[in-house]
Write a protein that binds this ligand. Structure first.
Ligand SMILES: Nc1ncnc2c1ncn2[C@@H]1O[C@H](COP(=O)(O)OP(=O)(O)OP(=O)(O)O)[C@@H](O)[C@H]1O
Ligand SMILES: [Mg+2]
Length: 304
């Protein structure tokens, strides 16, 4: 039984046009971990993920998958164990039919026809796309393409599953199904996404990439509730963590003028409220330090 760890040691990557997309990335992901990769547009997430199956090779530093060092001669072997769903499904789908696309990987593994057929049908069924099997991929909708791209990787039954923005095109029901699927996948999984709720739901660890380096690496619940860290990376708190911060609404008096607006733990007032830039509140229901606990009792004044 091999150990499905992923090890990056000071990995740098420079694109042929000179862009330094990765500027020294180091981390180790061990067997069974679920890791979210987050960061601003252009931070280097996709570039990083493309190193996990040797689609890109480091300009310097080392990537090791299990006990295999990634280099030209080992990329093919690594691809059998690491399945990467690309950010753009058009990069993944190139065969005349959906069936052929999903069968491509298993055929390359040398499986017999019957096993290939079973794997293809299972994978397509898992993403609710079995009815698309005879269609040409370029006739599919964006979300259908994403589902098929995910199936083409599942059909390989990889030890390590890597997904780059897998939910970007999915409708809410398909997104929910994907989350369930990811939760039941017990092997190592790595998901890059701006969908921080998905990351929070699926991943126990989160790595923040900022301009080609690791800006933070720790428990997902901690990283994804760190507003300052997220905002410094063009991200926002997951919606599930925002909601209970904007739960209730009550009336305020500002300089004699009464109005109501949503009100919670933490929010900023738009400019023009007596010149106040922003403030922090406790939540009456949850925070004993809240300065007033009579929300329901009509207009009142409080400090800004
Ligand atoms: N083929 C390429 N040639 C040159 N530069 C590239 C290429 N692909 C990406 N880059 C650059 O590398 C940097 C990292 O890009 P990357 O696609 O890894 O970012 P990302 O974090 O995945 O962003 P997004 O959130 O938009 O998907 C960016 O500055 C980008 O412009
Ligand atoms: Mg990307």
């Amino acid at each position: 039984m091999s150990h499905h760890f992923i090890d990056f040691r000071d990995v740098k990557y420079r694109y042929p046009d000179g862009t330094e997309a990765l500027r020294g990335i180091t981390f180790r992901i061990t067997h069974g971990e679920s890791v979210g990769i987050v960061g601003a547009n252009g931070a280097g997430k996709s570039t990083l993920l493309l190193h996990m199956n040797g689609f890109l090779m480091p300009s310097s530093g080392a990537v090791t998958i299990g006990d295999v060092l990634l280099q030209k001669g080992t990329a093919q072997e690594i691809r059998k164990r690491v399945g990467v769903v690309f950010q753009y499904p058009d990069d993944q789908l190139f065969m005349p039919t959906v069936f052929d696309d999903v069968a491509f990987g298993p055929l390359n593994l040398g499986l017999d026809e019957q096993s290939v057929r079973e794997r293809v049908e299972d994978a397509l069924r898992t993403v609710s796309a079995l009815q698309l099997r005879d269609k040409p991929p370029h006739h599919l909708s964006g979300g259908q393409k994403s589902a098929v791209a995910i199936a083409s990787v599942l059909a390989m039954e990889p030890d390590i599953l890597v997904m780059d923005e897998p939910a970007a095109n999915l409708d809410p029901k398909a997104r929910r199904r994907l989350i369930q699927l990811l939760k039941t996948f017990s092997h190592t999984k790595i998901v890059a996404s701006h969908d921080l709720d998905l990351i929070l739901d699926v991943c126990s660890r989160c790595i923040v990439i900022h301009e080609g380096v690791v800006a933070a690496d720790g428990p997902a619940a901690e990283i994804l509730s760190n507003k300052a860290l997220l905002e410094g990376n063009n991200l926002e708190l997951p919606l599930s963590l925002q909601r209970h911060q904007h739960e209730h609404e009550h009336e305020h008096c500002h300089g004699g003028e009464t109005h109501a607006h949503p009100h919670g733990h933490e929010h900023e007032h738009p400019e023009g409220h007596d010149g106040a830039a922003g403030h922090v509140h406790g939540d009456a229901g949850k925070d004993p330090d809240h300065p007033h606990d009579d929300h329901e009792h009509g207009p009142h004044t409080h400090e800004h």
